[in-house]
Design a protein. Structure first.
Length: 289
């Protein structure tokens, strides 16, 4: 399956969160080798990196017939909340994929968290990390430029992702997204320690039709999320988008992820219909224009 064969709509599954190089850390694959691997499995992949945009890489790979689209991460290094960073990525992403660009709010927030990943910075300038940026100000309110960005996003072909916002910020972002009638909001891996939302928490937050919940494999692989919570999310919540969040050399590659995922789905008692919903139908509904 390639982009030329019908794109994401004919894919067996869609992974909305895969890290390729160049990124803030060394990655296992490039954009083209990652997309080629997903093509071998009949999938579609959305590339991500913490440095900024993968839109141009995805466009280039699609010109080779590969099943891939892109995202932009609004860390300080990439321009922060400047809408021009989003507009540039949208233009670079092109229109041929027929999918929305994922716009991640900051993932480098400066909050105390020691990752369990073994990571190597990709460049000497990143040895001390990136300057942190959060969506709230010192009073705990959404920053005015974040509100402006969300307002601008209403008129762009994008999905806004909560990035590594904490639980309080996620609630504020949902409220603002609903108030503005933002077309799509993805709760980015909410089980991660920096966000800390359980399935029970999420059940009270995801009522709005435009809110999607991302469940990554990595949060469970790293021991951040217990099996019981993973199974509950996979089984109970509406509009769940199952993704990998992989690409790290120390973590499983794509084939292994797919094998483990099938085992998890079976253990959780998911029906074939539910598996299709979380791996293909919900991601496609979120990304579609």
């Amino acid at each position: 399956m390639t982009a030329a064969d019908g794109g994401a709509r004919t894919a067996r599954f869609i992974d909305v969160h895969y890290h390729c190089g160049p990124d803030a850390y060394v990655r296992r694959r490039t954009a083209t080798t990652a997309a080629a691997a997903y093509a071998e499995h009949g999938g579609w992949v959305v590339l991500k990196n913490h440095l900024g945009s993968t839109a141009a890489q995805a466009w280039e790979a699609r010109q080779q017939g590969l099943p891939v689209s892109g995202s932009v991460v609004l860390n300080d290094l990439a321009g922060g909340f400047d809408p021009r960073a989003v507009e540039q990525a949208v233009v670079q992403h092109g229109e041929d994929s027929g999918l929305r660009l994922i716009v991640h709010l900051p993932t480098v927030t400066g909050r105390a968290h020691r990752s369990r990943l073994t990571r190597t910075p990709s460049h000497p300038l990143l040895a001390d990390g990136q300057r942190p940026l959060t969506v709230t100000d010192d009073s705990g309110r959404l920053r005015p430029d974040v509100r402006e960005l969300l307002r601008a996003a209403r008129d762009l072909p994008v999905v806004v992702s909560t990035g590594h916002a904490d639980g309080h910020e996620v609630r504020l972002l949902i409220e603002e997204a609903v108030r503005l009638d933002l077309p799509r909001l993805m709760l980015n891996q909410p089980a991660n320690p920096m966000t800390g939302l359980t399935c029970k928490d999420l059940a009270d937050l995801v009522g709005a039709e435009q809110v999607f919940t991302e469940q990554t494999a990595l949060t469970h692989l790293l021991g951040y999320q217990p099996w019981s919570d993973l199974a509950d999310v996979l089984t109970l919540l509406p509009r769940v988008v199952y993704s990998s969040d992989l690409g790290q050399p120390s973590q499983p590659d794509i084939t292994d992820w797919l094998t483990r995922s099938a085992e998890w789905f079976d253990r959780a008692g998911l029906t074939p219909r539910r598996v299709r919903e979380i791996t293909r139908d919900a991601p496609l509904a979120m990304l579609s224009l």
